[in-house]
Design a protein around this ligand. Structure first.
Ligand SMILES: Nc1ncnc2c1ncn2[C@@H]1O[C@H](COP(=O)(O)OP(=O)(O)OP(=O)(O)O)[C@@H](O)[C@H]1O
Ligand SMILES: [Mg+2]
Length: 224
């Protein structure tokens, strides 16, 4: 799904002052593209990723996903987009600590009203796709950091997303695990023709992307 951002502004009100966390972002992301978003801390990367994924809405500007303006979408259309089209992966994994890997991956399928048996089958397939077929009954506390991130990638795959947005997915991993996680995301993207957006501070990851968007002070500073 092609994504087109037009003059995106996100304003936060801090006391009596307005602050633009995003200050006029215009960009196009092609179907199936692998984009790295880079930039200093506080530059607006996560804010942008959340807006692209429908977790947040812009103060002004438009976002067209498949030519449909999601910035003006009703709540139901937006949550459909967020739950069915987008998979999220976060630096801190955001897994439920009391649930097993299998239950964590099944969770997003509950919201999409998939029946229990089909949920289980799909979750098993997603865990197998990330190489965790032998760790399904483990809880997050019983898994390594790299394995936890693979569970969260499996969870992001549960609803067959067309876009994966990963916000510093390797931020808590050592370089070996980090390389494995990026290789996995790239493989899944190729197999399933998923648009991949990775926020990272790591030049090695950025080098592997089709394109890098650099953000500074809420603006695109340069893009390659
Ligand atoms: N809810 C909020 N209210 C006010 N300001 C906010 C809010 N959320 C984010 N900001 C501000 O917006 C700016 C951009 O934040 P964002 O999280 O997008 O940065 P980032 O580029 O992802 O940084 P990092 O690399 O540290 O994760 C920051 O200056 C932050 O303080
Ligand atoms: Mg961030």
């Amino acid at each position: 799904m092609p994504i087109e951002l037009q003059s995106i502004i996100k304003t936060y009100r801090m006391g009596s002052e307005n602050f633009n966390a995003l200050d006029g972002i215009t960009a196009t992301i092609k179907d199936g593209e692998f984009i790295a978003i880079m930039g200093p801390s506080g530059s607006g990367k996560s804010t942008l990723a959340n807006i692209i994924g429908g977790l947040d809405t812009p103060s002004s500007g438009k976002i067209f996903v498949n030519k449909e303006d999601i910035s003006r979408a009703w709540d139901r259309a937006l949550s459909h987009y967020r739950n069915k089209k987008v998979g999220f992966v976060f630096q801190t994994f955001n897994l439920q600590p009391h649930y097993t890997a299998l239950e964590n991956v099944m969770l997003p399928l509950i919201f999409s009203k998939v029946r229990l048996r089909a949920r289980k089958k799909k979750a098993v397939a997603c865990l197998e796709a990330v190489g965790l077929g032998d760790r399904m009954k483990h809880k997050p506390g019983e898994l390594s950091g790299g394995q936890r991130q693979r569970v969260s990638i499996a969870r992001s795959l549960a609803n067959n997303p067309e876009i994966i947005i990963a916000d510093e997915p390797t931020g808590n991993l050592d370089s070996k695990r980090s390389t494995e996680i990026i290789a996995l995301l790239k493989k899944l993207r190729e197999e399933k023709n998923i648009t991949l957006i990775i926020i990272t501070h790591d030049m090695n990851i950025a080098h592997q992307a089709d394109r890098v968007i650099y953000i500074q002070d809420g603006k695109i500073k340069k893009a390659r």
